[in-house]
Design a binder for this molecule. Structure first.
Ligand SMILES: NC(=O)C1=CN([C@@H]2O[C@H](COP(=O)(O)OP(=O)(O)OC[C@H]3O[C@@H](n4cnc5c(N)ncnc54)[C@H](O)[C@@H]3O)[C@@H](O)[C@H]2O)C=CC1
Ligand SMILES: NCC(=O)COP(=O)(O)O
Length: 339
């Protein structure tokens, strides 16, 4: 008999079967009571979990069965045999399985069978090796949901900090040309709406980082702040949003400054993710705002270097499942579409 009330489990994709995804998912299940996790079903190759974990697994044939079994065993929606498996060694068959799991998880969440989607870590390199053309999972999920890549906003969230990289998986040299006022305005609007709807923040306070040292020093160290960021901030303020910037990025993450904001919009990937991971390596969540479904993910990658050694921390996966559950509940409470 299940001791979990929610009728709809969360879909958790395993990610690359040779990475740490299978073991952190299994360990998250083991910690389900301690962390009060809602029921979830793991999607991918069951053998990848069996190779690194000796706890109870139940291969399920339906989502209802997953919710019923969750109290006693880790429910696995077994998709396919991804071939001979060595933890830490990615293969094309493993990448294909990760992609099929992602497709299946999106489908189960879009059709409402699952309450939210939590994606396990994939190897972008291995996926590109089998013909995948998206920069990450975010853009793929957005496309499947009919949302443009610009309107699917990556946010990294933890108890002490939320950051948004305005440009994401692009070479650093392309950042200045891709950072436009339109991009900042579009993403800031989605961040404000998302923090209101999914996190219950009435009027989110948003800070926008400068690109250059000292936020450009009045144009002496670069003019993107004057040409691009300041006009975008002015436009957003005119619309009634609580937005400040450009703010000098070196001091922005100091405790007394970062706590003045509900989210910090950063010019490029590492400006956002390096301070975030320094604070939240063990409980950080990557989530996507602007989608019709709730999607979160642990904030780390495949960690091939430690896969199979039983040392991978399940903390970010636990946090991703818990956050997905809270976001789905907030959407249901607010009357937003459940899927
Ligand atoms: N959400 C996703 O699917 C993500 C996928 N990636 C992909 O993962 C692959 C590897 O990327 P890297 O930059 O090496 O990042 P990574 O996060 O896989 O590893 C960076 C370092 O953190 C450690 N680490 C990661 N997760 C850990 C955990 N749960 N417990 C303890 N230590 C952990 C690793 O052992 C490694 O030393 C790449 O192909 C990248 O594209 C990277 C980030 C996110
Ligand atoms: N660095 C964050 C990351 O790689 C996550 O990307 P995505 O696969 O969630 O789009």
């Amino acid at each position: 008999m299940s001791d979990y009330a929610s009728p709809r489990p969360i879909a958790v994709t395993m990610g690359d079967p040779a990475g740490v995804g299978p073991e952190v998912t299994a360990r998250a299940w083991r910690a389900r009571r301690e962390h009060k996790l809602p029921p979830f079903v793991t999607i991918g190759d069951a053998a990848a979990i069996e190779a690194v974990w000796d706890g109870p697994i139940a291969r399920v044939g339906g989502i209802d069965e997953a919710a019923r079994i969750f109290a006693d065993a880790l429910p696995v929606w077994h998709l396919e045999d991804s071939g001979a498996l060595t933890p830490g060694v990615p293969t094309p068959a493993g990448a294909a399985c990760a992609l099929h799991a992602l497709e299946t998880g999106i489908g189960l969440t879009r059709n409402g069978a699952c309450a939210a989607l939590v994606t396990g870590p994939v190897s972008k390199h291995a996926l590109h090796g089998i013909g995948y053309t998206h920069p990450g999972q975010t853009e793929f999920i957005a496309e499947r949901c009919g949302v443009t890549a610009t309107n699917a906003v990556m946010m990294l969230a933890g108890p002490a900090l939320r950051v948004v990289p305005l440009t994401v998986h692009i070479p650093l040299e392309q950042v200045p040309e891709r950072l436009t006022s339109d991009l900042i305005i579009a993403k800031a609007r989605i961040v404000a709406r998302g923090l209101h709807r999914d996190f219950g923040i009435e009027r989110p306070r948003i800070g926008v980082a400068g690109l250059n040292p000292h936020a450009g020093e009045c144009g002496q160290l670069g003019d993107e702040e004057l040409r691009i960021i300041a006009p975008a901030v002015a436009q957003l303020a005119e619309e009634g949003l609580s937005v400040e910037g450009p703010l000098a990025a070196d001091a922005l993450f100091a405790p007394t400054i970062r706590t003045q904001y509900d989210a910090l919009l950063c010019a490029y990937h590492d400006q956002a993710l390096a301070p975030f991971k320094a604070l939240h390596f063990h409980d950080g969540v990557n989530l996507t705002l602007g989608l019709p479904i709730v999607r979160t993910s642990p904030d780390h990658g495949t960690a091939f270097n430690i896969a199979g050694t039983a040392t991978a921390d399940p903390g970010p996966t636990i946090a991703a499942i818990a956050m997905a559950s809270r976001m789905a509940e907030a959407r249901e409470r607010s009357g937003a579409p459940a899927k």
